[in-house]
Design a protein around this ligand. Structure first.
Ligand code: ADP
Ligand code: MG
Length: 394
């Protein structure tokens, strides 16, 4: 995959908007989470990697103090003054943003940077992306990461990658109003080719873990079910609330502080649903630690069972899978995948499978056929390799 077409699209959009060339072009990737789902907001562990699909921001400075954003998603640009950002955001809890939702991502990033003490001239921002939207591949972190990188450079804000990830998260939480954790932004900012990011979501300490997928003759298949999720509503909020309830019953700040051995006591103390939510998070944290250890000791070929156990936990205990995801996972495993699991927040989106490189076509065809048999809309299936994080492109 090459970023050139997306970069050309963003640059052309910028020129159509302003009649000028951008001062620069920045991009940030989407991500796939290899393992560690719904652990991030529980102060736990995750192991995502950046994917080759990216969002590109072509950006130029202005003589005035206005900020104008446009996107291939949008019918028309959105323009506000920098002063106004503080009146628009934060978006009150439960409300929709005062600007079109897509514009709340880049404008929210600008707002969060101003809040963090940055300052600078007005800007024009044109966005294009080849990250599938709403597929659990975090097009949201990609748009935040591309915008945050651009503004950090053009405003000379001097923030490091972790700080920029926090800026992106703040935009998503407080400007868009989606209560997400920090994983996506960290993966998008910190990714490196052929590495996953082992992230402690409590300390934000991140370690790059070589995955050696291609080296082992393997591929990671993404099976996008095309079922859309609504992240900021419903099930996601309910799961977070259950986790908070569970932690409070256990008398700890977060489920990070509950170990697998503590689960016996947890089961005695809480109702069945809360317990199962807790068990997912606690065992998933352990699976992330185990996956990192196995990657380091034995390599990618040996992590399949952990992926399968992760999916079962999300399906049965956390109850965030859907029939399309289960079909993708089961069919991939039945056609020889070493492991497979849904990835992302759930209620739709994508599943991943770890497969032999030689089996890409065979597994893809089997999953496509299984979807047709079940009467599901056709999935979109492609391979990904761990790719670079956010950077300036031109
Ligand atoms: P995901 O991150 O899994 O793709 P989200 O619901 O978190 O799904 O984020 C998707 C939203 O992000 C889109 O509905 C849109 O508002 C915004 N978005 C993503 N990419 C772009 C883009 N290139 N231009 C404008 N908005 C975008
Ligand atoms: Mg998202």
């Amino acid at each position: 995959m090459t970023i050139a077409p997306t970069r050309d699209t963003a640059t052309a959009l910028f020129t159509a908007l302003t009649g000028a060339e951008p001062a620069g072009v920045w991009s940030a990737p989407g991500r796939v989470n290899l393992i560690g789902e719904h652990t991030d907001y529980n102060d736990g562990f995750v192991l995502p990697f950046a994917i080759p699909h990216r969002t590109v921001a072509a950006v130029g400075t202005r003589d005035d103090a206005r900020i104008r954003v446009t996107s291939t998603f949008a019918d028309e640009p959105v323009e506000v003054s920098l002063d106004e950002l503080g009146e628009l955001f934060p978006t009150p809890s439960g409300a929709t943003p005062a600007v079109p939702e897509w514009a709340a991502y880049p404008l929210g990033v600008a707002w969060a940077l101003l809040e963090a003490g940055a300052s600078g001239s007005g800007l024009d921002i044109a966005l294009a992306s080849d990250v599938p939207v709403g597929a659990g591949l975090s097009s949201s972190a990609a748009i935040e990461g591309a915008t945050a990188s651009a503004l950090n450079d053009l405003w000379n804000a001097g923030l490091d990658r972790t700080a920029l990830a926090r800026i992106g998260r703040r935009a998503e939480n407080e400007a868009v109003g989606a209560p997400t954790g920090i994983m996506d932004q960290m993966a998008s900012m910190l990714g490196e080719p052929d590495a996953a990011i082992f992230l402690d979501c409590r300390s934000l300490e991140a370690q790059l873990v070589p995955v050696g997928i291609a080296e082992a003759g393997l591929a990671i298949l993404v099976m996008d079910t095309r079922v859309m999720h609504a992240h900021s509503t419903g099930g996601y909020g309910e799961r977070r609330a259950a986790c908070e309830r569970g932690a409070s019953i256990m008398g700890v700040p977060s489920l990070r502080d509950v170990s697998v051995d503590d689960l016996v006591r947890a089961e005695e103390l809480m109702d069945d649903v809360t317990f199962r939510r807790v068990r997912h998070v606690v065992t998933e944290n352990q699976r992330v630690l185990d996956t990192v250890a196995i990657l380091r000791e034995k390599g990618a070929r040996a992590i399949g069972d952990l992926l399968v156990a992760s999916h079962a936990s999300m399906r049965d205990d956390f109850e965030i899978s859907v029939p399309e995801l289960d079909t993708a996972v089961e069919t991939a495993l039945a056609s020889g995948a070493l492991g497979a699991r849904m990835t992302g927040g759930g209620f739709g989106g994508a599943a991943i499978a770890l497969i032999e490189q030689a089996a890409v076509q065979q597994v893809s065809d089997a999953v496509t056929a299984a979807f047709a048999d079940a009467g599901f809309a056709a999935p979109v299936i492609f391979t990904v390799t761990p790719a670079a994080g956010a950077h300036r492109d031109a």
